[in-house]
Design a protein around this ligand. Structure first.
Ligand SMILES: Nc1ncnc2c1ncn2[C@@H]1O[C@H](COP(=O)(O)OP(=O)(O)OP(=O)(O)O)[C@@H](O)[C@H]1O
Length: 551
């Protein structure tokens, strides 16, 4: 847990200025609180006993008014700065985590439940605010308060300082002492939250299928079950927090009893100092009030950090070359003796595949479902790496080239390419943000969807809806096809490009494929040829190899 929490802090290095400023404000506010009650206590003590507690006379009471104004001001600034610091640190963490996931998600990460991933990205990162707001800020302010009390009372009598400050110092140790015991409870809460989110998001993402299959009651029952499990885990963590709270209250009272005991033991001579000690111990309650619960907060944050790093530290499916080679000029693809299986013990998909895609060639790759057509696309895009054999692009081994640069050369229209919940224009520009509007329309026309978009009142600004819900399946397919055509990559992989189109449109599109992809190499992955594709070569995948096929 400690290592995970330290790693979280190291992720926040860039925000150190804000984080330290927040802690300084918290210390200022706590010290102003101590000064207020300390000055009031001193006034009362001196009034009751008619004797000076400190040398320096009543002049010190002059400070009472500015402190009264300063304290709420510092409290306000503390809230402002600590929350601003937290928002910035959490926003940085979200971006970091998102990037790590993006590198690791292709080809399956083992964390495929969208709800669970969303939970890690949102609530596990949100829970990290407790490291700072729930533990570090009150911890530092608490240390400042205890040190100040020890110094003030130590100037009167070290025995009084020890009696009051020691129990308070022990309260400061509660979080690190209690956190390890609460770690397992924190872990259960974080896991239950992830599980609950998954059982809510999964059926809702495919709500039509859920309702059509009459699976809604079962889905509701699962949500109820996970809800009960979460409540149970939260109760266990809250119990830990409650024990901490009771221990903290006890130690606060011990400090007050220490001051009282001192007064009783010292008789009349000790009354004034004991009254001051009492006031200071009361003031410390404000500073240390959050400390007992900080143990549970640290445990919860530690569990969330564990879940984040667990997902973020998965090895990426394809390691980036440590010293990448320069990108070659050409883009001919050559595959030799390729061996590949998705898992170590899984069945091989390729066993000695050889394939050449010269520049400008249009290869039609046929084969039955599950033979490995899309897998080949994953290997070419560096979303997966071969176990042995070689793939070269323009003569350079793909393994030595950076994935980003390879994907700038090889564009792919995947079988399940999707539209994002944004405008048509933004969806088209994903792979080529600087594309001119004319190029957008050309791509739309080539994909046979230009007229439909022109007829929309908002044209290119029309929003596509979640996963392209605004459009029919065939229209959405044509839009993602336009996106692929807009790419300037010299190699295009079109995986079932006409899937979802009606036979007439399919034929019309495939007929214009030559024109739409002129000057580029094309790997056309299809179950069958319609007869109008005019490929330069037709290959059939079978038994892990590619062999010439006739139509
Ligand atoms: N990410 C993955 N993890 C594990 N196995 C996978 C993965 N993707 C595909 N496979 C497996 O690899 C084999 C080849 O799948 P692939 O998707 O390449 O076939 P395909 O020829 O494209 O099929 P289809 O025409 O149905 O799309 C299948 O047995 C499939 O189960």
């Amino acid at each position: 847990m400690t290592a995970d929490l330290l790693r979280v802090l190291s992720l926040w290095r860039g925000r150190a200025g804000w984080l330290l400023a927040g802690m300084a404000m918290a210390c200022g506010a706590v010290l102003a609180g101590l000064a207020l009650l300390g000055l009031a206590g001193r006034g009362v003590a001196e009034g009751v006993t008619q004797a000076a507690v400190f040398t320096g006379g009543a002049a010190a009471l002059i400070w009472l008014r500015p402190v009264i104004i300063l304290r709420p001001l510092l409290r306000y600034l503390e809230r402002l700065v600590t929350h601003a610091a937290t928002f910035r640190a959490l926003a940085d963490t979200r971006i970091w985590f998102f990037r790590r996931l993006a590198e690791r998600l292709p080809a399956g990460l083992g964390f495929r439940r969208a709800g669970d991933l969303l939970g890690r990205l949102v609530s596990d990162i949100d829970a990290l605010d407790r490291v700072y707001l729930g533990a570090l800020v009150p911890g530092v302010a608490g240390v400042a308060a205890v040190l100040a009390i020890a110094l003030i009372l130590g100037a009167i009598d070290p025995a009084l300082a020890a009696l009051v400050a020691l129990p308070l110092a022990l309260a400061l140790l509660l979080p690190p002492l209690l956190a390890p015991g609460a770690a397992a409870a924190g872990q259960r809460v974080a896991e239950s939250q992830g599980a609950l989110r998954a059982v809510v998001v999964d059926p809702l993402t495919g709500i039509e299928d859920t309702l059509a299959a009459g699976a809604e009651p079962r889905a509701s029952a699962r949500v109820a079950r996970e809800g009960v499990a979460l409540a149970e885990a939260q109760r266990a963590l809250a119990r830990r927090g409650a024990w901490g709270g009771a221990a903290g209250a006890l130690l606060g009272q011990a400090a007050m009893l220490g001051a009282l005991g001192y007064g009783l033991a010292m008789g009349e001579a000790g009354v004034a100092a004991a009254v001051l000690g009492l006031f200071l111990a009361t003031a410390a309650g404000e500073a240390l009030g959050l400390m007992p619960r900080a143990g549970a907060a640290l445990a919860a944050a530690g569990a969330s950090a564990r879940r984040l790093f667990e997902a973020a530290d998965q090895a990426p499916p394809v390691a980036e070359p440590t010293t990448p080679a320069a990108m070659p000029k050409g883009h001919a693809i050559r595959i030799r003796d390729l061996q590949f299986a998705w898992t170590k013990d899984g069945p091989p998909v390729f066993e000695g595949l050889d394939l050449d895609v010269p520049e400008g060639a249009r290869i039609a790759l046929l084969g039955p479902s599950g033979i490995g057509k899309s897998t080949l696309a994953s290997l070419l895009l560096k979303l997966a790496a071969p176990q042995s054999g070689s793939i070269t692009l323009g003569g350079a081994d793909l393994a030595t080239l950076p994935a980003d640069a390879v994907r700038a050369r090889i564009a792919c229209l995947t079988q399940d390419a999707r539209l994002f919940d944004d405008s048509i224009e933004a969806n088209l520009r994903i792979g080529r943000p600087e594309a001119e509007e004319g190029a957008l329309w050309q791509a739309l026309d080539r994909a046979g969807i230009g007229e439909v978009v022109r007829s929309l009142p908002e044209g290119l600004a029309t929003r596509c809806g979640e996963a392209g819900a605004r459009f029919s399946g065939g229209q959405a397919r044509r839009l993602v096809l336009a996106r692929a055509l807009l790419s300037e990559a010299p190699v295009l992989i079109l995986d079932e490009p006409a899937a979802g189109l009606d036979p007439e449109t399919e034929r019309a599109f495939l007929e214009t494929l030559g024109e739409a992809t002129a000057g580029r190499s094309v790997i056309l992955i299809v179950h069958r040829l319609v007869g109008v594709e005019r490929p330069t070569r037709i290959l059939r995948l079978a038994a892990g190899r590619a062999m010439p096929a006739m139509g």
